[in-house]
Design a protein. Structure first.
Length: 326
């Protein structure tokens, strides 16, 4: 019935919201759900239960391995659509202290034993997907322009080309500039990228510098803070629209294969097998982690827009590159 209804109506936003225990009594719903998703319908599912839920305000990307194939949660989870964590309205959940997966994408699936959780999710997510308003969403809506503004600033920022050994300055200046844009009405305004980079190069030179040392000394000057994190925490930072400085090293032989890979596969995802091993000199490089997906990390490089995908490159995970730190 849902498939027929959506086919017969011309609507700007098509959303199917299911509240259920997941137990189907009239056949397998998964093929129909797939057809709906393929036709552009967003499917949001909510598993209702009386059981205790450890973290009700949490979205998932992968199913819980303890769920059996006949578990109602498994069925509803597989029916649900997927959205990127940096897309509205998923990004608004962060402001309401919901937990998002580090994969960079989330299923539109929740578990609830309380109407409070259902109502909150509907106010933040379903109302935005359907363009329907809820009176109690006012406090969340006040944060929406800020989230939209930050996302736009990140999207508009393009890779810049380094001069000499200044990858550290490019990466840090990019992250500083984007980080300060998150502070609406920041006292003193937001310094230009080139202004920040010049200040860094004047202080630390154009023949390379220790990224962590520069961050430690310069962050206080811009009233910013930093800390080193693991890949999972870096992914969560991206979920919160916070760009991340990343540094890695490769041997000379690996650098040659690194460059060759992206010359022939500009939008490809680099794997460990693509660059192999190395034995000569290790060379370091600083970049900006700008996006996370379940199967790859996307970095903004400082070799100009002609490198890889418009200046951006993708790797499978942090283990592909040697000594990756965030």
């Amino acid at each position: 019935h849902a498939l027929n209804a959506f086919e017969q109506k011309n609507m700007d936003s098509q959303v199917l919201f299911l509240l259920s225990d997941g137990q189907s009594t009239d056949g397998d719903p998964l093929p129909i759900a797939e057809k709906l998703r393929n036709s552009g319908v967003k499917i949001v599912t909510c598993f209702l239960t009386s059981d205790e839920i450890a973290k009700p305000r949490r979205l998932l990307y992968e199913a819980d391995p303890t769920w059996g194939p006949s578990d109602g949660r498994s069925v509803l989870f597989e029916m649900s659509s997927t959205m990127k964590n940096t897309e509205a309205p998923i990004t608004y959940l962060i402001d309401a202290n919901w937990e998002l997966p580090s994969s960079g994408e989330s299923r539109l699936f929740i578990q609830a034993n309380s109407l409070d959780v259902v109502n909150e999710f509907c106010k933040i997510v379903v109302s935005q997907l359907t363009n329907k308003s809820f009176d109690a969403i006012v406090d969340i809506l006040e944060k929406v322009p800020l989230a939209t503004y930050i996302n736009q600033q990140n999207a508009d920022f393009k890779p810049k080309k380094q001069e000499g050994g200044t990858c550290y300055a490019n990466a840090i200046a990019s992250v500083f500039h984007l980080a300060m844009h998150r502070i609406v009405g920041r006292e003193g305004g937001v310094p230009d990228f080139y202004e920040i980079r010049k200040r860094l190069v004047d202080a630390y030179g154009d023949k390379g510098a220790k990224t962590q040392k520069v961050l430690q000394e310069v962050c206080p000057q811009y009233r910013l803070q930093y800390r080193q994190v693991a890949e999972t925490e870096a992914r969560q930072a991206i979920n919160k629209r916070r760009p991340v400085v990343a540094r890695f090293r490769l041997y000379n032989e690996q650098w040659d294969r690194f460059s060759a890979f992206y010359e022939t596969n500009p939008k490809g995802v680099l794997k460990k097998s693509d660059i192999g091993d190395g034995y000569t000199t290790l060379g370091g490089h600083a970049v900006v982690l700008i996006r996370c997906d379940p199967n790859c990390l996307t970095f903004m490089n400082s070799w100009g827009k002609k490198f890889a995908d418009g200046g951006f490159f993708r790797v499978k995970d942090e283990n592909v590159l040697t000594d990756t730190t965030f």
